[in-house]
Ligand binder design. Structure first.
Ligand SMILES: Cc1cc2nc3c(=O)[nH]c(=O)nc-3n(C[C@H](O)[C@H](O)[C@H](O)COP(=O)(O)OP(=O)(O)OC[C@H]3O[C@@H](n4cnc5c(N)ncnc54)[C@H](O)[C@@H]3O)c2cc1C
Length: 375
């Protein structure tokens, strides 16, 4: 008999497994993929840590989360500074003075602000009906058409005129020459790759790979006192209220026989006619490792947005009103369960950054322990 059965060896499941094991509980982790780590899994290919499910950059302002992950790996000083490529030109991201200079030749924050104001005024948007109106009313036409429109339309597989405005709540504009994408206090990439972090979290814990909990649910309900489930909540209930929608992605991994392909970890492709949204050059996440940077070959992956149907990988929850209402019905049902907790991005039908995933695992752990202690 196990105290806890954890379904899913992603960051959420592995964090809880580690915390529970350290409290002396008997834990079993089952994972339907043939590897641990969920979507943060990195595969070492000839020395390069390839982010198989998309580029993952750790960034956080939570002190406790940063201390926690640093127990399992050293982190390098990687700073995410993606570039955007549009019709033969490169632009810095996030939108900052470098971008404005590249776009219009302006040099000072004052000039940039005036230019944006002028562009916004020209559009004269009175009523925001869709994502296009929203973006034009925030940044004007040049930035919208060069850096937002094509990328967003590829990402969601819809015209920006048919997308809801809430997808873009605000567009951060930085009036400094600063290409650091994140504002968090801490940022970096684990020097041995993310899989090693998960491996170290799961040390001394029984893990079964290639095992789908839902195919053997009855058996597992018999051998565990409590289930922590980080798979899709609608699938758990056999889609009884209907399917939750997702957006999927496809990654094409290529080895290229030259030292470098694009000299930057992440380049966004913002024109609609190029079918992928990003190219990741994985060795540039390992900036501290000269041996890797000097390898005579490199590995890139092209990221293609893709529609989702059951059987494909679920990447981004489509949190519109219809899907949120559907999720709430599943959530209500889940709240009536006694011996199961739904967690992680799939159990909550929500996008979480890695630090929020760990934070959620901490909170859930505390809740479980308080319940045990009758608090
Ligand atoms: C493209 C992309 C890029 C991202 N980049 C960043 C970034 O730069 N920085 C950042 O902080 N965050 C990033 N994230 C978010 C990050 O991936 C998540 O925070 C993290 O993966 C969530 O972990 P999880 O354990 O909740 O889910 P997952 O990693 O999805 O783990 C769930 C696990 O459960 C398993 N499972 C599901 N159902 C079953 C079942 N029935 N039986 C057995 N096992 C099952 C799955 O196979 C999976 O391994 C990114 C996400 C995406 C999609």
């Amino acid at each position: 008999m196990y105290d806890y059965l954890i379904v899913g060896s992603g960051l959420y499941g592995a964090t809880l497994a580690y915390l529970l094991k350290n409290k002396g509980f008997k834990v079993l982790v089952i994972e339907k993929r043939d590897h641990i780590g969920g979507n943060i899994y990195t595969k070492n290919i000839n020395g390069i840590n390839v982010h198989v499910y998309g580029a993952h950059i750790f960034h956080t302002s939570y002190e406790d989360v940063w201390n926690f992950v640093n127990q399992f790996s050293k982190f390098n000083n990687f700073i995410n500074s993606p570039l955007a490529y549009y019709k033969g030109k490169y632009f810095n991201m996030p939108f900052n003075m470098n971008t404005f200079h590249q776009m219009w030749g302006v040099k000072t924050p004052q000039e940039a602000k005036e230019k944006i104001e002028e562009q916004v005024k020209k559009e004269n948007i009175k009523e925001i009906k869709n994502l296009e109106d929203q973006a034009l009313s925030l940044v004007g036409r040049d930035i919208y058409e060069t850096l937002i429109k094509g990328y967003t339309e590829k990402q969601w597989g819809k015209s920006a005129k048919d997308l809801p405005s809430f997808i873009i709540k605000r567009i951060p504009l930085r009036f400094e020459y600063d290409n650091n994408y994140f504002n968090d206090k801490y940022q970096g990439i684990p020097i041995d790759g993310y899989t090693k972090i998960i491996e170290r979290m799961l040390e001394g814990i029984e893990v079964v790979l290639n095992e789908d909990f839902l195919k053997n649910k009855e058996k597992y309900l018999r051998i565990a006192k409590f289930i922590i489930y980080s798979g899709p909540i609608d699938e758990y209930y056999n889609y009884c209220f209907g399917e939750l929608e997702y957006r999927s992605l496809k990654f094409e991994i290529e080895r290229i026989n030259k030292q470098s392909y694009q000299n930057n970890a992440v380049v966004n492709y913002t024109e609609f006619d190029i079918p992928y949204t990003r190219i990741i050059e994985h060795k540039f996440f390992q900036i501290e490792n000269k041996d890797v940077l000097n390898l005579p070959f490199t590995i890139i992956s092209k990221e293609y947005p893709n529609s989702y149907k059951i059987g494909e990988e679920r990447y981004y929850a489509v949190n519109d009103e219809k899907n949120n209402n559907l999720y709430n019905r599943y959530k209500e049902k889940a709240e009536t369960e006694k011996n199961i907790l739904f967690g992680g991005r799939l159990g909550n039908y929500k996008y979480f950054d890695m630090d929020d995933t760990i934070k959620q695992a901490f909170d859930d752990f505390n809740k479980l322990m308080n319940e045990k202690n009758g608090k």
